[in-house]
Design a binder for this molecule. Structure first.
Ligand code: NAG
Length: 114
């Protein structure tokens, strides 16, 4: 039986020490409902081309941030999760293959200012 999973994104503005809230980061789509077993893609557009580092986090209700990816120059793979970065287009994507109930979460991307 298939279950619907909800995964949502927040417009990013966190105070994590090195993260600037001046930095404009847009994530899309804001909320995504996927079926179990489907692939999911989330995109993060950022505005500062001098940024040297991009990070993806997940945050579960009542818990802290969990760092998923720390991208300096190229995308990475971690189990069913994959991240890519296109510095020309100022775009990073997070892919989840074979979505599972435990993937339901809020995902955030953060860009480190120069
Ligand atoms: C999800 O992505 C994987 C790896 O790219 C692919 O093999 C698979 O067919 C995709 N599944 C669906 C449901 O699109």
């Amino acid at each position: 039986m298939e279950k619907s999973l909800g995964a949502s994104f927040l417009i990013f503005c966190l105070h994590l020490g090195w993260v600037s809230c001046q930095q404009k980061v847009e994530q899309s789509p804001p909320t995504q409902i996927v079926q179990e077993g489907e692939n999911t893609t989330f995109s993060c557009h950022y505005s500062d081309s001098t940024s040297t580092r991009l990070q993806w986090f997940r945050q579960d209700t009542g818990k802290g941030l969990i760092l998923l990816f720390n991208i300096v120059s190229e995308g990475k793979q971690k189990g069913r999760l994959r991240s890519t970065i296109n510095k020309k287009e100022l775009l990073s994507s997070l892919y989840i293959t074979d979505s599972q109930p435990e993937d339901s979460s809020t995902y955030l991307c953060a860009v480190e200012p120069q």
